[in-house]
Design a protein around this ligand. Structure first.
Ligand SMILES: Nc1ncnc2c1ncn2[C@@H]1O[C@H](COP(=O)(O)OP(=O)(O)OP(=O)(O)O)[C@@H](O)[C@H]1O
Length: 591
């Protein structure tokens, strides 16, 4: 049975309650309650104030109406302050939850699916967009309350004087139209603005990664222009958003006073005809003002629209497809037999890998060899289930990888990459990080096997040196990545270009140390050097995504096409089986 890994969005993320409840929900409710309370107080005020005025004019004593007026005023102020407080808490809670869910979605996704998202784009989604999305719920609650005020005010106005109410009602469609146009236009601009922001961040990060290349090529000015190119568009979009805001405010700035003026005029006529008291006129004018205040919802509406667009960007990370895991475990003490059966990988409608009947006996080392783009990394990814093949199966000790539990898979299959991501802890942390706890002694052993112990001990604080302050070369960093993989290796270790920065002698030492390990396991090594392929027990030779041969390096070396993979020409026999020619001495390995 195959179970689906709990989706990132369903995993209680940092900031969620222990029961998985949404962190901002309580604050969101409080924002709604306090802003509704403030709206009710605002709607009640004109009526109470008008009544108080009438009583004062008539008797000179308004009694408890005066207290009620003061109470409503103070109450509204208090509720407004509480709304601000809860809005801050609500925004922070939602932002944290949205960010950690998006992050969890990204980390749990099939790496293949995460590839199109550049680091800059991801950074923008996790920072700016998460914050905008986190402000959305409170803005929505405030907007709902903000609509209560004009609706309530209109109803109260109808009670106070139906003619003034009719006058205000006649002007409302123009205000509604204004808000509708604003929402529509802002939505499109905000989406484009957020996209362009991400574009600039992506280009900046790309350039930061390639500073050495840029400096060497002297292309700094061109690079700067490339990064800043979308800035013109960003500025245009920003100006357009401000123009939309300005236009909405300007139009409502004309419309609202006109509406209030008309309502006051009608109220004045009603007062003159004796149909309305002085207090009634005061209340009617205030209600007209509150009803027309619907135009002020524009800024809240802007925040809601911005939040909605930003949320769709964080959801794209949160809902990335995750690998499904099974419920099976591997047979204990299995040798690590690996088999690829009818494997086919298709990308963009093109078959990029086909491997059928490829068997790697447990405890042996297999080198994956082929020209650039032949499918080596893809085969390594499929063999360790970083991605699933579109067809076929991969079996480890007879069990399909996709039937294994996540723990069984990751405990028994370790990866080492060309550019490992080791975090910002100490050197010891970098090696020890993994599914299983690793003792200090095991950290040292792994480092020794990876040829890292010597340089680590020369670091200012040895294994306790924080990585960001450790002056490491590319090859040394790579050896720490190897040490981590060795420290956690189960029955299958996959090394994808993981020794590319090592000199041949060090690489040879690493290989020897691995062979001496008490449980060597099976190793799949993506190899670019004949020396590595020469030391492997067998070679999987890939050509244009297909397995051209599985044989020993010694046998394959007879084939001119195979030698050409390593850039070695010569007129040796071009079919396997003939006597092998010698490897170049410089590579230090003979088949
Ligand atoms: N996500 C993808 N979308 C489209 N094509 C892809 C994708 N992943 C891999 N490919 C294609 O599959 C082929 C094999 O890629 P792979 O990275 O496995 O090559 P490789 O042999 O490891 O190359 P190199 O030695 O240069 O690293 C390439 O043509 C590559 O463009």
């Amino acid at each position: 049975m195959v179970t689906t890994e709990p989706r990132a969005g369903h995993v209680p993320a940092a900031g969620d309650g222990a029961d998985g409840t949404k962190p901002g929900r309580a604050s969101e409710l409080l924002v709604l309650l306090t802003s509704v309370g403030a709206a009710v107080a605002a709607v009640a005020q004109p009526f109470v104030l008008g009544r108080t005025l009438d009583l004062l004019l008539r008797d000179g004593d308004a009694g408890h109406w005066l207290t009620l007026s003061a109470g409503l005023l103070v109450g509204e102020m208090l509720l407004d302050s509480l709304t601000s407080l809860f809005t801050g808490r609500c925004n922070a809670g939602w932002t944290a939850a949205i960010r950690s869910r998006a992050f969890a979605g990204l980390l749990g996704a099939v790496p293949e699916r995460a590839r199109p998202y550049t680091p800059g784009d991801v950074g923008t989604r996790l920072t700016l967009n998460a914050a905008d999305a986190g402000s959305g719920p409170a803005a929505r609650a405030a907007l709902a309350a903000a609509l209560i005020t004009p609706a309530g005010a209109l109803a109260a106005l109808a009670v106070v004087d139906v003619w003034v109410a009719a006058c205000v009602l006649a002007g409302l469609p123009a205000l509604a139209l204004l808000l509708r146009t604003f929402t529509r236009d802002t939505g499109a601009s905000v989406a484009a603005y957020q996209h362009t922001q991400a574009q600039i961040a992506s280009r900046l990060l790309e350039a930061l990664e390639g500073t050495a290349t840029i400096a060497a090529a002297g292309t700094g000015a061109r690079e700067r222009a490339r990064i800043l190119a979308p800035l013109t568009e960003l500025a245009t979009l920003g100006r357009r958003m401000w123009a939309l805001h300005g236009r909405a405010l300007g139009r409502s700035g004309v419309l609202v006073p006109l509406l209030i003026l008309a309502a006051t005029a009608v109220g004045g006529l009603r007062l003159a005809s004796g149909a309305l008291s002085v207090g009634g006129l005061l209340a009617a004018c205030r209600y007209a003002q509150l009803t027309a205040g619907v135009g002020s919802a524009a800024s809240l509406l802007g925040a809601v629209v911005r939040g909605r667009e930003a949320r769709s960007r964080t959801l794209a990370l949160e809902r990335m497809p995750a690998l499904a895991y099974g419920t099976r475990h591997l047979p204990p003490d299995g040798p690590g037999d690996l088999e690829l059966r009818g494997v086919r990988v298709v990308r963009d409608g093109r078959e990029v890998l086909r491997a059928d009947g490829v068997r790697i006996p447990g405890g042996t080392t297999a080198a994956v060899v082929g020209r650039s783009g032949a499918g080596k990394s893809l085969l390594a990814a499929v063999a360790g289930r970083l991605t699933d093949p579109d067809e076929g199966q991969v079996l480890l000790d007879g069990v399909r990888l996709d039937r294994l539990t996540r723990e069984a898979l990751r405990a028994e299959v370790a990866f080492a990459f060309e550019r490992p991501a080791l975090g910002e802890g100490t050197v010891a942390d970098a090696i020890a990080t993994g599914l299983r706890p690793v003792s200090r002694e095991q950290v040292r052993q792994a480092a020794r096997a990876a040829g890292a112990d010597g340089f680590v001990r020369r670091l200012p604080r040895g294994y306790d040196t924080p990585l960001p302050s450790a002056p490491l070369s590319g090859g040394e960093y790579q050896r720490l990545g190897l040490a981590r993989a060795f420290g956690h290796a189960g029955r299958l270790l996959i090394m994808d270009d993981a020794t590319s920065s090592l000199d041949t002698a060090t690489e040879h030492e690493v290989d020897r140390a691995l062979r001496r390990s008490p449980r060597p396991g099976t190793r799949l090594v993506v190899a670019h050097r004949p020396s590595v392929a020469g030391r492997a027990d067998l070679v999987i030779w890939l050509e244009d995504g297909r397995v051209r041969a599985v044989a020993s390096h010694r046998d394959l070396w007879n084939v001119a096409d195979y030698r050409a993979v390593f850039g070695v020409g010569g007129n040796a026999a071009s079919t396997p089986g003939e006597r092998p020619t010698q490897l170049p001495e410089a590579e230090g390995a003979r088949p």
